[in-house]
Design a protein around this ligand. Sequence first.
Ligand SMILES: NC(=O)c1ccc[n+]([C@@H]2O[C@H](COP(=O)([O-])OP(=O)(O)OC[C@H]3O[C@@H](n4cnc5c(N)ncnc54)[C@H](OP(=O)(O)O)[C@@H]3O)[C@@H](O)[C@H]2O)c1
Length: 330
Amino acid sequence: MTKMPTTTTVVEYDAAGDASVLTVRTRPLPPPGPGEVTVEVMTAGLNHIDSFIRAGTESGWADEPWPRASGSDFAGIVVAVGAGVSRFGKGAEVIGHVREGAQATFVTVPAGALATKPRGITWEQAGGLYLAGATALSTLDELRIGPGDVLVVSAAAGGVGSIEAQIARHLGAKVIGTCGDRNFDYLRQLGITPVRYGEGIAKRIRDAAGAPVTAMIDNFGQDGADLADELGVSPSRYRSSADRRDTELRLLQGDPPSIAQGTQLLERLVALAERRAFTLLVSGFYAFDDVAEAYDDLARLHSRGKIILGMRPVTRVRTLRARDVFEAAK
Ligand SMILES: NC(=O)c1ccc[n+]([C@@H]2O[C@H](COP(=O)([O-])OP(=O)(O)OC[C@H]3O[C@@H](n4cnc5c(N)ncnc54)[C@H](OP(=O)(O)O)[C@@H]3O)[C@@H](O)[C@H]2O)c1
């Protein structure tokens, strides 16, 4: 059993900027207060919204004190519980979320921000499940995706898109996913019809769909509304990447109702992942100290599935990834 520590190592920044402003520091770790739980973090996820917040472009963070902490998704093991917490005991394996500061060796959060991690979900997957998954699920809920739908998902091999596309399939929809050539096999394996983005995409989608497109989710944020219009998708069944940003920001408000809503979505996601309605692919696993490098990788916009930080990786030495070989050869 892990002993309650007195310090935690956290990813922080003192000024707005790119990933180079991130720094790893040691901070005191007070014991959990009433209703709180302290978790030793095994893995933590990265999301694009972390970079937008860090860059200082999100007004909801304007009054946040400095230094600021990074990241919202984590998975780990409970090491201490505050007064009044009965749902989780020491040693419980959990997946959780927080407005900021998930990228740390220990986090203290309200017990209501945690769900139980099933043994069948790996630590790597668990650490990246929350924000991408909650965003994907709430977008599919809003659009009421179900059998009979022909759904187009842009950036379908990416973090949010890959979850949306798989769950939509599970709900009975036919899914067309936009991606680059190298992701065709990945999407096909998931039962998703891949279509290359770029010039002529509307025709390629129509040919692949073989039926009218009924809904579209644009994750990437380029000409999505025009494409949806061209495909005859009703505005009420289209979600833009700006809508997605709003959903993510809503989930990160940190107030009790948004924490509760986030945890409800997380519990549904965990249940879906446990019965293999979707599988989260981790295509980049970085040591905690290499957090800036991990964000630089994310910013290249070609990751497949998620990029995750490991607080206790076996080694910091990484092998060359297939996608790096592919990029270098282009
Ligand atoms: N508007 C907003 O506020 C907002 C909020 C959140 C995220 N986003 C954006 O949404 C995008 C995807 O987010 P994510 O978290 O899923 O990111 P991600 O995991 O980084 O997504 C990367 C995926 O995007 C695909 N991609 C690259 N260029 C593309 C293009 N021109 N058209 C369609 N897909 C393309 C890549 O596919 P290939 O490798 O096959 O090319 C890759 O699988 C990012 O660009 C992110 O910045 C915007």
